[in-house]
Ligand binder design. Structure first.
Ligand code: AMP
Ligand code: MG
Length: 511
């Protein structure tokens, strides 16, 4: 991004350069956070602050919680709420930041540009009937899960801080208010384009294409058809992102088009969770009664969301409307094959396959089908796969039960003939590829986490912090999630699936 203005706040290391604020007024509304009565710290992300080039020790002082609720503004920030629309559960609605305020963009020492946004700082012109506030539990969930996703190597927005407001928020019950400071490579979304397309504002669409290309796809900005270049870039990144979600068992929960970031980052952690037992129909969100955003539906919904993005771009894809639709369709039709490629690559990694074979898809699908029929734990099954019996390494002698858990568990061990037959085929496939065992294991360990934020553990940690002011479980879980691929000292209770009979926790939208 070209920077025609920048403001340095020497006290904290901020280098503000607010390019979105310089866009025409149709894109945003100026608004300041509404002060709260009792700002205090929930959590501050020291390592993220340092990575951003900020003075983490100074920022972490008790009095600075004022900045992270919006009671005080950093010098150089220019607060605004962004205008956008979005298809929510299939219906187009005019939205906008109703409970978020963008403070501005910080340019880190490496020259990377980051949106710094407060989530829950009070009403904005887009709040409709809402209070513009957020509750502590959902903000801690976003902090925990977005940081876990980052550690898993999946593109995501991050959380710099959660500060308590000292004020109640009223939902079905009275909860503590909190503000999360979100760090994102931007908050441009499919819904941003949908708004200006619905308003018939082709000029705004062109401005947005240009802005988004420069900010996220500079390598594509000299292509002859900018709107098409952007569409292709977004299709690529969404495909890659959702393949990664499928690799770790992540369920976003509200894949409305206003929550689809054009940067390709995971955006907006509401009723999100990770699957335990493998079941493509898994839904956690209490409001998703039809299973629209179920685990296994995420690729299809991504394709649907991308179609909404393409539609929004039609007015500027070509001066001939028929040609514009043709271009959009051709790009959308490439999605299934692209996604299949990304998904296969992710799952080959999980099975230690460094080469490609036409039967790989069947091999992967057969394992998933077995997991589904036996309700095997997704994370544990993959992590416990032993590729050893076949490669003649005496240090890894064949085991009677190749997927037996290494940790204490009440899970039934997979020793049935169907699994053993699958294991034999997998073994043959590994032998055919002829790659040494250490390389296979290393690939598998990089793709199969030991620990994920399991929903029952997340819920316990959030309840302890938000309801009993006991932050120890939250900090223990957050720390354990920092190195998800390493066998570590994380307590079994955080690594294991929920005890049998644990009802699936429902998560709420956090509004
Ligand atoms: P979300 O489901 O969090 O992606 O939010 C969808 C839309 O509702 C966005 O435009 C939000 O800004 C808005 N919204 C959610 N919660 C609130 C709230 N408490 N007050 C005002 N607007 C809200
Ligand atoms: Mg949202």
């Amino acid at each position: 991004m070209p920077s025609d203005a920048s403001a340095v706040d020497p006290a904290f290391g901020w280098r503000w350069d607010n390019s979105y604020s310089r866009l025409p007024g149709v894109f945003h509304s100026r608004v300041e956070p509404t002060p709260v009565s009792g700002p205090r710290w929930g959590i501050f992300n020291r390592s993220l602050a340092s990575a951003l080039g900020l003075e983490s020790v100074l920022l972490e002082q008790p009095g600075q919680a004022d900045y992270f609720t919006g009671n005080r503004l950093f010098a150089g920030s220019e607060p605004l709420a962004q205008a956008y629309a979005g298809h929510q559960f299939g219906n187009l609605t005019r939205l906008g930041d109703g409970r978020a305020i963008l403070l501005g963009e910080h340019v880190d020492p490496a020259g990377m540009r980051w949106d710094i946004q407060l989530k829950g700082p009070g009403r904005t012109p887009y709040s409709r009937g809402g209070d513009g506030r957020a509750a502590l539990g959902p903000m801690l969930r976003e902090h925990l899960i977005s940081e876990a996703m980052h550690a898993l190597g999946i593109p995501t927005t991050r959380s710099l801080a959660v500060a308590l407001t000292g004020e109640p928020v009223f939902r079905e019950e009275t909860l503590q208010g909190a503000v999360l400071t979100r760090v994102a490579s931007s908050h441009l979304r499919v819904g941003t384009f949908e708004l200006f397309s619905a308003l018939g504002d082709a000029q705004a669409l062109r401005t947005l294409v240009d802005y988004t290309l420069r900010r996220h796809y500079p390598e594509r900005s000299s292509e002859p058809n900018p709107a098409l270049a952007l569409l292709e870039g977004v299709v690529d990144r969404q495909s890659a992102l959702v393949a990664q979600w499928m690799r770790v068992g992540f369920v976003h929960g509200v894949m409305n088009t206003d929550n689809v970031a054009l940067s390709g980052e995971t955006l907006d952690y509401g009723p999100c969770a990770f699957i335990d037992a493998y079941d493509p129909a898994t839904v956690f969100s209490s409001i998703d009664r039809q299973g629209r955003y179920a685990f296994g539906n995420q690729p299809k919904i991504t394709s649907w969301n991308l179609a909404r993005f393409a539609e929004a771009l039609v007015p500027i894809l070509d001066s001939d409307p028929a040609r514009a639709i043709e271009l959009a369709q051709a790009c959308l039709e490439s999605f299934p094959a692209r996604f299949r490629r990304d998904w296969l690559a992710a799952y080959r990694g999980k099975l230690g396959l460094l080469t490609e074979d036409t039967e790989d898809a069947a091999l992967i699908e057969e394992l998933l089908a077995w997991m589904h029929s036996t309700q095997a734990d997704f994370t544990r099954t993959f992590r416990n796969l032993k590729p050893t019996a076949l490669l003649g390494d005496p240090a890894h002698a064949p085991e009677t039960n190749p997927a037996a858990p290494t940790s204490t568990s009440s899970e039934p061990a997979p020793s049935d003939p169907r699994f053993l037959e699958w294991h034999r085929r997998w073994t043959e496939r590994l032998q055919r590829q002829g790659v040494p065992l250490p390389q296979v294991l290393s690939l598998m360990h990089r793709n199969n986490p030991v620990i994920i934020p399991r929903n029952h553990a997340v819920q316990q940690a959030l309840d302890a912090a938000a309801q009993s002011n006991d932050w120890a479980p939250f900090h223990t879980l957050l720390a354990a999630l920092q190195s998800p691929y390493q066998e570590s000292g994380a307590p079994d209770a955080l690594r294991n699936p929920p005890p049998p009979g644990t009802p699936r926790c429902r998560t709420f939208c956090g509004t």
